[in-house]
Design a protein around this ligand. Structure first.
Ligand code: 5GP
Length: 193
């Protein structure tokens, strides 16, 4: 790994703005790449294989687990999601990486040494705000399940370095950006010593 490259984990319940913030960071900073995970869930309309996810069968995913190909993986909403070692090891040589993964994956990454990991957890202002954002996004049948998942997710905020409440997307994005800049400077300074 290049010593000054960082890995930023952004976790949040669905509907808190994580995807928008992740994409904005990548658009503004060329050096940032988004880690493309493997998943066994089916692609949604507009999702592209190899861009949003590597969509694989359950059998392919299990084979990757057996071959020890994942840095981390988890079962979420009955589907598997995982970050492959290959994709991370290629990217981190020249880039900073941003991960959109859940608390289970974050716990696993935390155990790996020397990763320059920054863990950020985004929360909605409250549960009813989350519910109305999910309804606006039109995820229909998923809403109850996602609200239940939120109750589980929010128990894990202690595992993160920073907790941000997303009342306003622009403000929240600016906070994420500042956290990244600060940690980048800290790392560069400490590597100079
Ligand atoms: P979705 O199916 O809505 O794209 O993602 C569902 C959840 O899976 C999100 O909370 C997302 O952060 C998480 N997720 C996506 N990729 C990975 C991964 O590689 N590992 C883990 N642990 N979680 C992931």
């Amino acid at each position: 790994m290049r010593e000054n490259n960082i890995m930023v984990v952004l976790s949040s319940p669905s509907g808190v703005g994580k995807t928008t913030i992740t994409k904005k960071i990548q658009q503004k900073y060329n050096r940032f790449k988004i880690s493309v995970s493997h998943t066994t869930r089916k692609p949604r309309p507009n999702e592209v294989n190899g861009v949003d996810y590597h969509f694989v069968s359950e059998k392919e995913f299990q084979d990757l687990i057996s071959d020890n190909k994942f840095y981390e993986y988890a079962k979420i909403y009955n589907h598997y999601y995982g970050t492959s070692k290959d994709s991370v090891e290629n990217l981190i040589k020249k880039n900073d990486i941003i991960f959109d993964i859940d608390w289970q994956g974050t716990k696993q990454l935390s155990k790996i040494k020397n990763l320059n990991l920054i863990k950020i957890f985004l929360l909605p202002p409250n549960k009813s705000e989350l519910k109305s954002r999910l309804i606006k996004r039109g995820q229909g049948v998923d809403i109850d399940r996602r609200l239940k998942a939120f109750e589980i997710d929010e128990k894990h905020w202690q595992d993160y370095d920073y907790i941000l409440i997303n009342e306003n997307l622009e403000k929240c994005y600016n906070q994420v950006e500042k956290i990244i800049q600060l940690n980048k400077i800290k790392l560069e300074q400490s590597n100079k010593l």
